[in-house]
Design a protein around this ligand. Structure first.
Ligand SMILES: NC(=O)c1ccc[n+]([C@@H]2O[C@H](COP(=O)([O-])OP(=O)(O)OC[C@H]3O[C@@H](n4cnc5c(N)ncnc54)[C@H](OP(=O)(O)O)[C@@H]3O)[C@@H](O)[C@H]2O)c1
Length: 180
């Protein structure tokens, strides 16, 4: 049986927001990046089997004027979407229910190393202590308000810092592993 692992790879403002109050994420690219360095994203996605993202993140990605950016299966968590929008039917699968049931279903499909994405989604996973790894990149901006990455938890969750990197002399990336 393969190891199961739920990972987060995400960027936030200094004050911990993943999107501004209008859902905007243009500030993620505010630091000039002429050589298009990806801050470890490609290497990270190589070691995952599938993505699990919230409906809002899915719709945000659908709104980008780009080709579908994922080459791994994508599971979209939603209670409101009843069917996958046209053009995405071969790209994503809708899932809902308890996270334990959702994960059981995904594992049954042979996907064990999962990239968990979306603020509310990550918060829901953290509430149930289902996140094993967080790669957190801080962008040097204070947004003041927006969509927060973290929310309250019923108990503290300890992590170990395994690596820190600086990209473009501006972005600090910390790699944490959950200690249980
Ligand atoms: N900074 C970054 O690197 C980064 C990364 C990812 C996303 N973002 C941005 O963050 C914003 C999205 O954040 P968000 O907090 O709105 O969260 P989200 O997690 O993308 O979406 C939340 C939605 O996911 C669904 N959901 C979550 N948990 C569920 C569960 N257990 N069962 C069923 N459905 C569940 C619900 O959909 P329904 O309402 O349909 O039920 C919920 O409203 C977007 O603007 C996106 O662009 C930024």
């Amino acid at each position: 049986m393969q190891d199961k692992k739920n990972s987060v790879f995400i960027a936030t403002s200094i004050d911990g927001f993943i999107a501004d109050k209008n859902g905007g994420i243009e500030w993620l690219n505010m630091i000039p990046n002429p050589e298009h360095i990806d801050a470890g994203y490609a290497a990270f996605t190589k070691r995952i089997d599938a993505l699990v993202m919230g409906r809002v993140t899915f719709e945000t990605v659908c709104g980008f004027d780009i080709d579908w950016p994922y080459n791994k299966p994508v599971y979209v968590l939603s209670n409101s979407l009843k069917e996958v929008p046209e053009n995405y039917q071969d790209k994503v699968e809708l899932v809902n229910g308890s996270l334990t049931d959702v994960l059981d279903h995904i594992h049954t499909n042979g996907h064990f190393r999962l990239y968990i994405d979306g603020g509310t989604t990550i918060q829901n996973f953290l509430k149930e202590d289902l996140i094993d790894e967080i790669v957190l990149t801080t962008i040097p901006i204070l947004l003041g308000e927006g969509y927060p990455l973290f929310a309250s938890l019923s108990k503290a969750l300890k992590f170990e810092l395994v690596e820190t990197k600086v990209f473009l002399n501006q972005l600090v990336q910390r790699h944490y592993i959950r200690i249980r």
